[in-house]
Design a protein around this ligand. Structure first.
Ligand SMILES: Cc1cc2nc3c(=O)[nH]c(=O)nc-3n(C[C@H](O)[C@H](O)[C@H](O)COP(=O)(O)OP(=O)(O)OC[C@H]3O[C@@H](n4cnc5c(N)ncnc54)[C@H](O)[C@@H]3O)c2cc1C
Length: 497
């Protein structure tokens, strides 16, 4: 833990104003958490208003030898925004401006604290929208999306955040402000912008983002199909993709998720439905009509028991509300959820979902599924009571086993939620020591080398931003609930003592 200098708070307040520095223990509680199950208390939270203030805060933090954690809306599901090691949190929620819209070139420059959904709302009158749409888009920030390289239901056809970010203004470890990439297409030199996207706040603080905007499609058609088995729904997904179609969205919910959303949204899904698929197609009117027919045909072939359709904004929003609100609705079933985020080849979807069921049964945990089926990004939600230590332990073990199953099926550790605290111990499942060393060197390239004469007690420069994240050994997933490093060896064996 770093030593807190008594002048830190006044020094921060001198930059941003007293009302924008939070340091009282009762006020800091709010910043202990993100959307994951991990937590840690910061020593202070500072809310700058401009990029220059962010840079000055970084310089002050350097002078005081404290760690820094960038925070958007705090909805990260992997512990990304949890301030380990007594860090100072820089909350970007006052940097919310839409700085510039170039409608002709379809580019906008935004501040990182802008709420994702608000960007599409603000450019809607120009016939444009911002494609990445995490299910948390009413709350999460575009800066946080860049931090995690977020995806969303409509990223299947259009790509995740990195495909829509052209350039970034960032504050580096020495407090300098630099641009990576540009506000137009460019391919000169190394793609430092690309390296920064998804770096989970470990390279620096993003203060401006140049994003690509897309024209709204001529027609959009949404379909919802209910099935009596998950297998039938999974086979439908596989056949839609195999038919050469790339719907704009292809999402699935299982029975437990249906049970969670019914009392909230009253969608009235059939009582015998074990799975619900939402498929959306967009584009030119003729092509949408053609794709709609093809999708409906495949759904019927696999025994869809009910099909609903929507093509105006209001009915589409209604059809989507259960999917977009599903994670929050888990509160109707259990006090806490741990949302796992693995990726599997689409052809292995059915097999891995069966394994998830098996793992849940063996470990006696409740698992609900809501996920981006089209790109094989599964999100088993492990539902438990955090006040019961044995339930916490079982939940974390179930998460580990599910991630191992994804990797064993040829998939990946994360589709969109990042590594953070949650998955760092599993990194050796997919990366060798040399891989991890290369990643660490990339971080050093952004952050800088620790000077040989650095005073004792000053935190390592390489970990100046978001310490303890991404790399194995940085933190223990579930430590706040008494999980210890010794109790878990996730080297492909999931051994618990
Ligand atoms: C109900 C629910 C649904 C969700 N659905 C999805 C989904 O469909 N797809 C998806 O991808 N995710 C989803 N998420 C996860 C989460 O919303 C995303 O990871 C989102 O991108 C986080 O944004 P945020 O503003 O909350 O960032 P935070 O949680 O505050 O931060 C996330 C990470 O980014 C870093 N960061 C934040 N701002 C900056 C900055 N300015 N500069 C540098 N680093 C920064 C932080 O240090 C942290 O590592 C969901 C979460 C919830 C709770």
């Amino acid at each position: 833990m770093t030593t807190v200098s008594s002048s830190l708070i006044p020094d921060l307040a001198a930059i941003v104003g007293t009302q924008y520095v939070i340091w009282k223990p009762e006020d800091l509680l709010v910043y202990e958490y993100d959307g994951s199950i991990d937590k840690a208390t910061p020593q202070a939270v500072v809310l700058p208003r401009t990029a220059e203030e962010v840079a000055e805060v970084v310089r002050i933090a350097n002078r005081h030898g404290v760690y820094i954690v960038a925070r958007g809306a705090g909805t990260s599901l992997s512990g990304g925004a949890v301030p380990l090691r007594n860090s100072v949190v820089i909350a970007l929620t006052r940097l919310t401006e839409l700085i510039e819209v170039d409608a002709e070139n379809r580019v906008a420059i935004v501040e990182p604290g802008m709420i994702n959904l608000q960007l599409s709302q603000k450019v809607s009158h120009l016939g444009l929208f911002y494609a990445p749409d995490p299910a948390s888009q009413k709350t999460c920030t575009i800066g946080g999306n860049v931090g995690e390289n977020a995806g969303g239901p409509h990223c299947l056809a259009l790509g995740v955040t990195t495909n829509h970010v052209l350039g970034l203004e960032v504050v580096l470890a020495d407090g300098s402000l630099v641009w990576l990439g540009a506000a137009q297409r460019e391919s000169t030199g190394y793609d430092l912008r690309g390296a920064f996207v998804g770096s989970e706040g470990t390279f620096g603080i993003i203060t401006k983002i140049a994003v690509r905007l897309l024209p709204k499609p001529e027609a959009i058609h949404s379909m919802l199909a209910a099935f009596t088995t998950m297998d039938a729904a999974s086979d439908t997904v596989a056949e839609i993709i195999a038919a050469g179609m790339v719907p704009s969205a292809l999402e699935m919910m299982d029975r437990k998720t249906i049970d969670a959303v019914e009392p909230f949204y009253h969608p009235g899904y059939p009582a015998a439905a074990e799975a619900v698929l939402i498929v959306e197609v967009d584009g030119l009117i003729e092509s949408v009509e053609e794709q709609t027919e093809a999708v409906l045909g495949i759904c019927r072939k696999h025994g869809a028991m009910e099909i609903r359709e929507a093509d105006d904004e209001e009915t589409r929003a209604k059809l989507w509300e259960t999917r977009k609100g599903a994670i929050g609705a888990y509160g109707t079933i259990a006090p806490t959820y741990y949302l796992v985020d693995g990726v599997v080849p689409r052809t292995k979807l059915r097999e891995v979902l069966q394994q998830v069921d098996q793992i849940a049964a063996e470990l006696n945990v409740t698992v609900a599924n809501v996920f981006h089926a089209g790109d094989g990004n599964i999100h088993p939600a492990i539902l438990f009571n955090e006040r019961n230590p044995s339930e916490v332990k079982q939940a974390i073990l179930a998460g580990a086993r599910i991630l191992e199953a994804c990797v064993a099926a040829g998939g990946a550790l994360s589709g969109e939620h990042g590594i953070g605290i949650e998955k760092q111990a599993y990194m050796p499942l997919v990366f060798t020591e040399d891989d991890l060393e290369s990643m660490s060197r990339l971080r050093t390239a952004f952050i800088g080398e620790q000077p040989d004469d650095a005073p004792i007690g000053v935190p390592s420069l390489s970990e100046r931003f978001n310490p303890g994240k991404v790399f194995p050994g940085g933190a223990i997933h579930g430590e706040a609930y008494g999980i210890s490093a010794e109790s878990f060896r996730p080297t492909g064996t999931s051994d618990w003592q």
